[in-house]
Design a protein around this ligand. Structure first.
Ligand code: CA
Ligand code: CA
Ligand code: CA
Length: 133
């Protein structure tokens, strides 16, 4: 009986370690931190403008040669794959227009009740599942 308990505890421990590692892989940056970094004026809502400002910042980071386009090589550095879905015309490049449109879609999808504000709850529900930041 004692051994049985130990085995269960052992496996419980292993499971605990694995679930932690797994959680970190899916979500390296806590969602709350992410929310705060996007909510620039700290009013606990993400506005469409704030999300686009975030998009522009990320776009600039990825666009190494500053030609206003994220090409296939630059896109590899997008670990979060946040721009991955933006390439609607499938030319392996993300234009600023495509990026803008994609984040507009993100915003509308997150804004569940359509009040043009994204709360932390709405954000938490959508962002980690769909965007693995
Ligand atoms: Ca805000
Ligand atoms: Ca570029
Ligand atoms: Ca494209």
């Amino acid at each position: 009986m004692k051994l049985g308990k130990r085995v269960i505890m052992f496996f419980g421990f292993i499971l605990f370690i694995f679930s932690n590692v797994f959680a970190q892989q899916i979500n390296p940056q806590p969602v709350k931190e992410q929310f705060k970094s996007i909510d620039e004026n700290n009013d606990k809502f993400i506005s469409s403008n704030e999300l686009q400002a975030y998009q522009a910042k990320k776009f600039n980071e990825l666009d190494k040669d500053k030609n206003g386009i994220i090409d296939k090589d630059e896109l590899k550095d997008d670990k979060s794959k946040i721009f991955g879905k933006a390439d609607k015309n499938n030319d392996n490049q993300i234009s600023q227009k495509e990026a803008f449109k994609q984040f507009n879609d993100y915003f509308n999808s997150m804004d569940a009740n359509g009040d043009k504000k994204v709360t932390e709850d709405e954000f938490e529900e959508y962002w980690p599942i769909n965007l693995r930041l």
